[in-house]
Ligand binder design. Structure first.
Ligand code: KIV
Ligand code: ZN
Length: 511
């Protein structure tokens, strides 16, 4: 019997901790449905205590997902655990993930607790979580810098208390593959009841070693890997799901394990997450980067044509690269549109929402003949589903850009239901449009990032713009897509300003 490797996806929780990557409830449900279709084993949907929005997002994911576990994060505190249990009440397979730090620096400086107090609180938290579900995971935060003897004591005690999964996070990305693998091997051999729990790892990428450390742990007996799509996550991110899965699949000689994941969904999920969070994927990113399977040198191209395996260790189609097909066009009807979006995990809350999206689809189909899945995703991202938080909306835009003259923009916005007009000059048409908006909204934010990508190829492709703005230490991303990149830019900017000017109170799990 071969062992199974459990893929625990934390894109919606740790991924969301990337500055600017916060997602709405509907966006989380869309990603969760895509993860379910990709057949991850467990989806960590969020941290329910963080805010009402987080609670509702976890609840919505728990309702929407049937074919994999849904997990909520909770500090080792009664109120967090009770809140997580409540958010997960309707999940088909609920998991509570509770954690407390075990490293000397975290215990002394952050928690101000003695090791014995930490151990007692860990045990209590697991027991409390077990009152709600059998599927309880315990994490020893900053395990990567914890003392092995103490870790052994904590792990033995939490397994006795009922934890079925014990997670060993390298919270600050400090470890190296050999050391981390040895740690996992030592823990598994020294903890007397280790056979009663699945050992899991959760590696951060501060030194670029998250995937390598995770794989070393797997080689030493870890049977769950916590990872995120595109390696999104706090600071430098988490281990990238696509890299972990494809390393295990491609090197079955080293990792003879079963992974139930459907790898042909990887590229689709990668694009969806990038599109929703506004974190572009670098072209040379393994597996999901645009160049990951592109051969530039003549020698390589020649070799691949003669015999693919001369230079390719994986097939592009096995991770979903050929799935970029035309799905809809100008003559497609409302039902075809609705059905395709349902397959992509987008379910409209009302007919009005569907109709508004269909209108936008028709407008796009007039400008662009072939509509791909990526176009549809861009069409519904930051559109009607968030309308209730949308204070500012673009009504009309006229930009004049002429060689030798300073470009200017005339813009009409809907601001809290009132039409407002503004005009500005600028260094270019985008600059002029943003200045016109600033002249009306006075948001007090600063633009930190502006980037444009084309969603599909061709000059009639939609441009997808991502902006990142900062105000008072809070960072948000905004996205907009249109066949006109100035319009896409304005949509992206307004999307970000709608978010940054809405109130947001959130507790960070690790503070
Ligand atoms: O990095 C970390 O330690 C975490 C835990 C909450 C698992 O994200
Ligand atoms: Zn983490």
């Amino acid at each position: 019997m071969r062992d199974k490797l459990i893929i625990f996806d934390t894109t919606l929780r740790d991924g969301e901790q990337s500055p600017g990557a916060s997602m709405t409830r509907d966006e989380k449900v869309r990603i969760a449905k895509a993860l379910e279709r990709m057949r991850v084993d467990v989806i960590e949907a969020g941290f329910p205590t963080a805010s009402t929005g987080d609670f509702e997002a976890v609840q919505a994911v728990a309702r929407a997902v049937r074919d994999c576990g849904v997990c909520g994060l909770a500090r080792a505190l009664d109120r967090d655990i009770d809140r997580a249990a409540e958010a997960l009440r309707e999940a088909a397979a609920p998991r509570i993930h509770t954690f407390i730090a075990t490293s000397p620096i975290h215990m002394e400086r952050k928690l101000r607790m003695t090791p014995d107090q930490v151990l007692a609180q860990a045990v209590h938290a697991v027991q409390r979580a077990r009152q709600y579900t059998d599927d309880v995971e315990f994490s020893a935060e900053d395990a990567g810098r914890s003392e092995t003897d103490f870790l052994c004591r904590v792990i033995e005690a939490v397994i006795d208390a009922g934890a079925r999964t014990v997670n060993i996070p390298d919270t600050v990305g400090y470890n190296t593959p050999e050391r981390f693998g040895t740690l996992i091997r030592d823990l598994r051999s020294r903890v007397p009841n280790a056979d009663r729990a699945v050992f899991s790892v959760h590696c951060h990428n501060d030194l670029g070693l998250a995937v390598a450390n995770s794989l070393s742990a797997v080689a030493n007996g870890a049977r769950q890997v916590e990872c995120t799509v595109n390696g999104l996550g706090e600071r430098a991110g988490n281990a990238a799901l696509e890299e972990v899965v494809m390393a295990v699949r491609t090197r079955q000689d080293l990792f003879p394990l079963d992974v139930r994941l459907d790898a042909t969904q990887i590229v689709h999920c990668s694009r969806l997450v990038s599109n929703i969070t506004g974190f572009p994927v670098q072209p040379n990113k393994a597996i999901v980067g645009a160049n990951a399977f592109a051969h530039e040198s003549g020698i390589h191209q020649d070799g691949v044509l003669k015999h693919r395996e001369t230079y390719e260790i994986m097939r592009a189609e096995d991770v979903g690269w050929s799935a970029n097909r035309m799905v809809l066009g100008k003559h497609s009807g409302r039902n075809a549109f609705k059905a395709r979006l349902k397959e992509l995990g987008v379910v409209f809350a009302s007919d009005a929402e569907l109709n508004a999206a269909f209108e936008r689809f028709k407008e796009l189909a007039d400008k662009k003949h072939e509509i791909y899945d990526e176009d549809l995703q861009a069409l519904v991202t930051n559109s009607g589903t968030e309308a209730e938080h949308e204070r500012f909306r673009l009504v009309g835009l006229k930009v004049v850009s002429e060689t030798g003259r300073s470009p200017h923009a005339d813009i009409t916005l809907l601001v809290d239901g009132q039409e407002v007009q503004a005009r500005s000059d600028g260094g270019g048409p985008v600059d002029a449009s943003f200045k016109a908006i600033d002249g009306v909204l006075h948001s007090g934010s600063t633009l930190q990032l502006y980037s444009v990508n084309n969603i599909t190829s061709g000059t009639d492709a939609q441009g997808e713009v991502t902006v990142r703005v900062e105000r008072g230490g809070r960072i948000v991303n905004g996205q907009g897509a249109d066949t006109d990149i100035v319009v896409a830019s304005v949509k992206a900017y307004l999307h970000a300003l709608n978010k940054i000017m809405a109130p947001a109170e959130r507790t960070h799990p690790q503070l």
